[in-house]
Design a protein around this ligand. Structure first.
Ligand SMILES: [Zn+2]
Length: 65
């Protein structure tokens, strides 16, 4: 499994966790934001992303790619 991390692949995100809370964006304003964490089924890579808007779970999943 592990060696797959070195082969370019389209990450297959699973264990997707979506939460919403306030976050200060780079321009200094606070927004109700969408936090997304997920890990790739193929290589185990974890991602943590913040979208500075309140978006639906469906939009968040699409955004992950
Ligand atoms: Zn991957």
């Amino acid at each position: 499994m592990r060696f797959l991390a070195f082969i370019p692949h389209r990450h297959r995100w699973h264990e997707i966790n979506i939460t919403r809370q306030g976050a200060v964006s780079p321009n200094g304003r606070t927004y109700l934001s969408t936090y997304i964490t997920a890990s790739c089924k193929s290589c185990g890579e974890m991602i943590h992303r913040i979208y500075y808007r309140d978006i639906s779970d469906e939009q968040a999943r699409r955004w992950l790619g």
